[in-house]
Each structure stands twice: as C-alpha cells, then as structure tokens.
Design a protein around this ligand. Sequence first.
Ligand code: BTN
Length: 253
Amino acid sequence: MEKYKNILNIEEISSTNVYLFSLLKEKRLPEISVVSAEFQTAGKGQRGNSWHSERGKNLLFSHVVFPQQLAATEQFILSQIVSLALCKTLQSYGIDACIKWANDIYVGDRKIAGVLIETQLSGDFVSTAVVGIGLNVNQIDFPDFLPNPTSMALCAHKEFDKNEVLQQYLQNFESYFAQLSEREKIHREYTTLLYRYKTPARFADAGGEFEGTIINVEPSGKLVIHHENGNLCSYYFKEVRFVICQYDNMPMC
Ligand code: BTN
C-alpha cells in the first residue's frame, strides 16, 4: 500500500478541522494533507453538535482537497465519496457498514463514524474542502449521552492499528476522488449502501413523526421520501431525521 506522508499527528488540539483551516491560511498545503489528533478539546460535529471521543482510542482527522471545477451546488458529491471511502475501508476489515443520509456511517442501527465537510468557495465553485472524520476504532465504552455508538473494536472483537486504518481510508478516498466526474456510478454505489433505502421507516420533520420510504437522493443532496400520505417530499439536511428506536434490543454491532 502506498504510504501517505503528509500527515501531521498532534496529541491534543481544539478541532482538527479548525486547525487545518488555520494552517491553510498560513501556507499552501499539498492536496490530501492530513491533520490527525489523539484528542480534541472542542471537536465539531454536524448541526452545531460537538464530537466526543476518548483520548487516544479513535481516529480524529481532517484532510484537505482542492476540487477542480466543482460547482457549489454539486458539493454533495464530496459527502458521497467520503462516505463510500469510509464504508470501503470498514469493509476491508470485515465490517459491513452503510451510509445513513447524508454522511453518517452506520453498522446496523449504530453510528461508527461521523463526517463534517467544510468548504470555501471561489465564486460559484468549491476551491477548498476540509473533510473532518471521526471514526470510532478502539473505544469500547461510550458515555450514555451518545444515543447509539459503536466502534470497529466492538464490531470485530479486536483492536486495530489506527495508522493502518487511516492509510487505508486515504487510499480509498484518493481512488474515489479520481472518479469525481463519474456522478452516476457514485450515485449508484451511494444508494446501494444507503441505510433504510427503499425500506419503510419512521422519520420526523417539522410536522412530526411519519412513516415513509426513501426513494432517492438528489444530486443536491436532498433526500426524497415517499410519505405515507402519498406525497413525495424532498428534504435538505436538518429538515428531516430518522426515528431510530433506542428501546429495541440493539446489539453493539
Ligand atoms: C458528526 O456530527 O457526525 C460529524 C463529526 C465529525 C467529527 C470529526 S473529528 C475530526 C474532525 N474535527 C472536528 O472538529 N470534527 C471532525
């Protein structure tokens, strides 16, 4: 396996995304430069949440890409390829992962990785994207406030070499990034791995809970759900959420 060398390992930082952006302000960095930390004091999650991770146990890293001619309206493709690269990485360790829209990585009904992509635009195009990933690798105990976490160690009943997993992800990401223009293929792979795709499930939107079936994800990233009332509804991120029952007997993996 080719070794990625542009990796800066830090013991403790507020957030690898924030730190990578600050480095980018100071100097030009080569594509797929990586900042990785053992612990974050202010790890950022989606929807303004924070990201929890036990010190030293998991992968917490951010990498930068400079997409060529990627329209801001099409930036969801980045979420798709990052999700696919993570699933492929987990699959290579025998862990059957899927993608919970938009880019959470799940094993069964449990979250194993989260992705936070922050972009800078130049006109109508994405000039810089910082891809932040928290992948639960060797953490076994999780605090109660996390609703449904899991980790590679819980799934496979063994510990993993975090650096090897990181290298594997970077290789997979690079290979998907090279296919960025193959939208149809990426969309197909993404929907194939989509959690609760074409399966009746419970959701909640501003109007409350409902039953519906995911029938597509648009190139913009909007989720298209066939609502139980017969309507087709499409949602941007934050406008709808899955209702995942915490009272079922949910195995850790
Ligand atoms: C989510 O809420 O699911 C996204 C979590 C993303 C967490 C990662 S950890 C490394 C990087 N740095 C951050 O501050 N956040 C991302």
